[in-house]
Design a protein. Structure first.
Length: 255
């Protein structure tokens, strides 16, 4: 499996602070991201194979799991174990779904009740039984902007080349990993069959327990709702940023 290796900068550091931002340097991996090509069913299938392989590779004891996961990201990192992963939580993790109820008001009134029902069902069928689902380190954001592809010189078809962006990696349910990835794949085409191709590939490398399959649908719908809320607030931040930029420009001109 191919993913970026973190590199030292000219000062021998793995990160630096530049203008208030943390900057890290990663090895360049050639290829295009999936959202920049016209994918076929076979590509979605192999994306599932790739994620299943990643998840199966990480299926080890908790202590070794975290160590090995970081080795996959940074390759040469040795004896890594950090409790931060155990306590790391963000609003957009599926384990935080109950907090999404605070934002239901942004949904059109005609669909608000349906969204509330799905959130309730997810809490009752999934979160209430979360300890019954296999958990380990997961990528957490396996979407079309984080999957690298390359065109085959022999067939002319695109193939999965690797994956990037471990910013949402977390210790969580494999169910969530699958639901997130399947949902993003289906959003690319708008066709539920795309999820079927992806799922078929995923199952080549990981056996999905029956209890996961029983709640995969409601989990995928929850991912859609989370994406809806995330996009809404991202748009608000963009509008706010543009408004502040215009204000600075006006005051600058006035000065």
């Amino acid at each position: 499996m191919v993913c970026p290796r973190q590199l030292q900068d000219v000062d021998g550091k793995y990160y630096s602070f530049e203008n208030g931002n943390v900057v890290r340097l990663y090895e360049y991996i050639p290829g295009k991201i999936l959202c920049d090509v016209s994918p076929c069913s076979n590509l979605f299938y192999h994306a599932g194979v790739y994620l299943g392989k990643l998840n199966s590779t990480l299926k080890v004891s908790k202590k070794i799991l975290i160590k090995n996961f970081m080795q996959i990201i940074y390759f040469n990192t040795q004896n890594f174990n950090h409790d931060g992963y155990k306590n790391h939580k963000t609003l957009w993790m599926l384990s935080s779904v109950p907090q999404l109820e605070e934002f239901v008001h942004v949904v059109d009134e005609s669909r608000r009740g349906m969204v509330e029902d799905v959130i309730t069902e997810f809490q009752q069928k999934v979160l209430a039984h979360i300890d019954d689902f296999p958990q380990q380190m997961i990528h957490g954001d396996f979407n079309e902007q984080n999957i690298l592809v390359n065109k085959s010189s022999s067939t002319g078809e695109y193939k999965i080349a690797g994956f990037i962006d471990f910013g949402d990696s977390q210790y969580s349910c494999l169910l969530f990993e699958l639901a997130i990835a399947m949902t993003y794949m289906m959003l690319i085409t708008g066709d539920i069959e795309t999820g079927g191709y992806f799922l078929a590939g995923y199952r080549m490398n990981r056996l999905i327990p029956e209890n996961e399959m029983n709640v995969l649908k409601v989990s995928a719908i929850i991912v859609n709702i989370a994406i809806l809320f995330y996009d809404y607030f991202a748009a608000l931040r963009l509008c706010s940023s543009q408004s502040k930029s215009r204000s600075r420009s006006i005051y600058s001109s006035a000065g």
